[in-house]
Design a protein around this ligand. Sequence first.
Ligand SMILES: [Zn+2]
Length: 297
Amino acid sequence: MLVQRLNRRWVQVKVPGCGWVRFRLSAKSKGAELPSAKTFRVTFRNGQWHVAFAVIPDPIVAPGTGEVIGIDRGVTITAALSDGRKLNCPQLTTKERAQIRKHERRAARAGKESPKKAAEYAKVARLKAREANRRKDWCEKTSTMLARTYGLVRFEKLNIKNMTRSAKGTFAEPGRNVAQKAGLNRAILAQGWGLLRQRTEHKAPGRVKDVPAPYTSLRCSACGWIEKNSRKSQAEFVCVSCGFTCNADTNAANNVAVGQGGIPRPRRSAGTGGVTAATSRSSAREPQPNWVGIPLF
Ligand SMILES: [Zn+2]
């Protein structure tokens, strides 16, 4: 037995090499059942010890309506849905950002290895953790909503790793638009695109598909015409062929919903030598544990 309940509030856990460690349940986890999990991790962040147990979420049963939703993830709108809804991931407020800068400035001015410097940096870390917490919370709520409401969730296939890769390049081959790309990188990471897809897949196993992304933003979701000039601006889409007018992100989400990423590029599979179309990939991965943090005292 790794975990023992002492009373309503206190629980102890046996940490290898350390012995029994008591911790107090947070308000949120008080009513929860004792984690039967065999795995947990102990971390120290923001001046507090935390213990987290692996909780594998139960898959959410499909609503049975067979409704399909397409999701286009972007910088201006975190997730545009094909039903016209626009969901935005909360970020830090202007005031909170100013606070971060203030504490960073104070830390920079404080003496080397002074307690003041450490305290200021701790404040910065706490504010940044707040942003991460908000993003995680939003991803949890949104993914639950998606898994509950729709039978099939289609995401446009993003290569976030490539998109967030350093824009600097090498000395011999310096990257172009370094500042712009760095800005986009930050925005992408801040929006938590990957997490939203991952958590939706955990909650709706087998009901999440990736749609190849090329041309989703340029294809007219009404007539299928693909043309660069149809996208008038960041927000406006007017088809040059049929005149269909729509919000550009919603139009892209519509394309994702029908699984139309534009021209599916033929992919030559190495094994058979045959040509297979790059169609949507099924999600059959095992659900991953969600680390639920409880502060240790
Ligand atoms: Zn059209």
